[in-house]
Design a protein around this ligand. Structure first.
Ligand code: ATP
Length: 609
């Protein structure tokens, strides 16, 4: 009773996933139309072939028995040979179609795989930056990409096999009904336990998969730590290899033992279901033999019955297996569709208008309060700041003061919970996000080094403009990267990074200059640089600001920095502490004020001297 209730609940849960079935099939259709048509035709033909074989076998036996019994009769032998040839051709045809189907399936699954990758990539580009801060998002992404590539095709295959098996089964049932109406029924009943096992274990496997996603991801994380270059040096130096290796092993052992136990239970349940089926087959066969002894059926009939019942049972079992797999694939695919449906939060407002191409008056943070997702503490609280157009503004302050947060809000990676940020007196949310971002160029605190050529690394600053080499050279010169590039074996065509063959690795400071050149390439009215010189030596830093002044001429620049030697050359300096601006003015004004800035300046001077 309890098991039946279980089954009912599970089936109900499965039915709620039914819309995903249609969506998955549409997905396959969208990805590979022609191939899906060919596949369907092949499938129907293949579904009919076993029935034809069974029928021809009966004909052959019924032909052979009198031919052998009553001496050689050329007519009978000839027609028997014809039947043998026909059966042989059909077996051959079935093989050919099988190979053809395999090939079609491979093409289909490759197409679907790429199609789904594209959907996942589109989503991960469009999704809010904030999602990258939520472990739940990674769980979903992990689940979506782990299995999604092959499941729609498997689902379609399951559907196809279901169709093919149903055709075969119906034909077999018709054949069996000739010997007794109860035979197809016995066939059906003999496979019901197998059906129960399929539904139950599809669900248990799925629930287990959901439960263990976080552990799976953690094991992947250890795997990366052990195999990726960026961790390799520390791993060796601190002797962390064994530590992570054993953490990985422990986690994998736990996952493996749970998985093995599930598989063992499933196998045992399957064994029980097969035993029941076997008993029923034996009963049916005994009954048919009895009929043959009584002379009610011929030997050909007996052979036909055995083939039909045995095959029917196999077909029925795989049909139920198909149903179970469809059900299980639908459960899994639910994750992909849930991921694809994640709603973005930072979106264009309906009243978003065209963006101006320049910054005329300036930017203003007006009573802005912002908390990171899931964080209680405000990174910026009732924050006010004015950045006049055409000036170089430096933001300084202790670690965690909220400087980088300010940058992220300006680029609309997040939106503030209270207050607003204005670009020439217009709320940023009034602009289409993509237009706004085109007006800003940024160097992040930890810039990305792409495993691509130097020219590409810089050109990525504005892919829409497809910059010429001379523009790339200008940007490199502005960033002080020219000397670094001249030393490289193929200059601007040198492949950077060690991920691909013949790549050249750069130092931290050299990578930073390349990233700076990328930021400079984009001709945006607002330049934001987060710690642009943190990895530069002091000689390079000294003339950097002067060159930057030239570059930023007629543009507005915000430089977030811990280096007071950089900040002092800015037009205005804002000092941040605990999510607030606490001092503002020029270098000299702040020294006269004698507060936080003056003390920090003194401290840095003392250290340097
Ligand atoms: N993604 C995040 N999720 C939650 N809290 C964050 C996140 N990023 C930063 N914070 C918190 O917000 C506050 C401001 O961080 P922010 O990165 O803006 O500081 P910062 O002034 O740029 O620091 P630094 O000089 O070290 O770069 C800090 O208390 C920090 O812990």
């Amino acid at each position: 009773m309890k098991s039946l209730r279980h089954l009912k609940i599970k089936l109900k849960g499965g039915l709620s996933q039914l819309p995903y079935l249609l969506r998955s099939l549409m997905l396959v259709w969208a990805a590979a139309k022609k191939w899906t048509i060919v596949w369907a035709i092949l499938l129907v033909v293949q579904g009919l072939l076993p029935v034809v074989t069974v029928y021809l076998t009966q004909q052959l036996i019924d032909n052979l028995v009198p031919a052998l019994g009553a001496g050689a009769n050329w007519e009978k032998v000839r027609s028997s040979l014809m039947l043998v040839a026909l059966i042989g051709s059909i077996i051959l045809l079935s093989q050919i179609l099988g190979s053809l189907l395999n090939w079609v399936r491979t093409v289909q699954s490759e197409l679907v795989r790429d199609y789904i990758s594209n959907l996942i990539h589109e989503k991960s580009i469009a999704i809010d930056y904030a999602f990258y801060e939520i472990p739940e998002y990674y769980d979903r992404l992990h689940r979506a990409r782990q299995d999604a590539y092959f499941r729609p095709v498997t689902l379609l295959e399951n559907g196809g096999n279901l169709l093919q098996n149903s055709i075969t089964l119906m034909a077999m049932a018709v054949v069996l009904t000739r010997f007794g109406i109860w035979l197809p029924l016995a066939l059906l009943i003999s496979t019901l336990p197998a059906f129960y096992v399929v539904v139950r274990y599809s669900n248990e496997n799925y629930q287990w998969w959901l439960r263990t996603t976080a552990d799976e991801r953690r094991s992947w994380y250890y795997y990366w730590l052990l195999t990726e270059m960026q961790y390799a040096a520390e791993l060796r130096l601190f002797g962390l290899g064994e530590h992570f290796k054993s953490a990985y092993r422990i986690l994998r052992r736990k996952l493996r033992s749970e998985r093995v136990q599930l598989a063992r239970n499933e196998s045992l349940a399957n064994l029980g279901a097969s035993a029941i089926a076997l008993v029923l087959t034996a009963v049916a066969l005994a009954w048919m033999v009895w009929q043959a002894i009584l002379g009610r059926v011929t030997l050909g009939d007996l052979a036909l019955f055995y083939q039909a019942f045995d095959r029917g049972q196999n077909v029925m079992r795989s049909l139920l297996g198909n149903l179970g797999q469809i059900y299980s694939n639908m459960l899994f695919l639910g994750n992909l569709f849930e991921f694809l449906e994640l709603p973005p939060q930072t979106i264009d407002s309906p009243s978003a208008r065209m963006t101006p191409t320049s910054l005329k008056r300036g930017i203003c943070f007006d009573r802005v309060t912002f908390r990171y997702p899931g964080s209680q503490k405000a990174a910026l609280q009732n924050f006010n700041l004015a950045i006049p157009a055409g000036k170089i503004v430096a933001i300084v302050g202790a670690n965690g003061a909220g400087k980088s947060t300010l940058l992220k809000l300006l680029c609309r990676l997040y939106d503030p919970q209270e207050g607003n940020i204005k670009w020439d007196d217009v709320d940023l949310r009034e602009f289409p996000i993509q237009h706004l971002r085109r007006l800003i160029t940024v160097l992040f605190q930890q810039p990305v080094g792409y495993n691509a050529s130097v020219a590409e690394n810089i050109g990525f600053g504005d892919v829409t403009a497809s910059a010429s080499l001379s523009e790339i050279i200008d940007a490199a010169r502005g960033a002080g990267a020219e000397e670094v590039i001249d030393r490289l074996p193929k200059g601007y065509h040198t492949l950077l990074g060690k991920l691909f063959e013949s790549g050249t690795e750069l130092s931290g400071g050299e990578w930073q200059r390349i990233a700076l050149a990328r930021a400079f390439l984009r001709q945006a009215p607002l330049i934001i640089l987060d710690e642009p010189t943190s990895a530069m030596d002091s000689w390079a830093e000294a003339d950097w600001m002067e060159r930057f002044r030239q570059l930023a001429l007629f543009r507005t620049a915000i430089i977030i920095t811990h280096r007071f030697t950089i900040a002092r050359r800015a037009d205005i300096i804002h000092v941040m502490a605990d999510g607030q601006i606490v001092e503002s003015g020029s270098h000299d004004e702040l020294l006269v004020l004698g507060k936080l800035y003056a003390q920090s300046w003194q401290a840095q001077i003392n250290v340097n001297s």
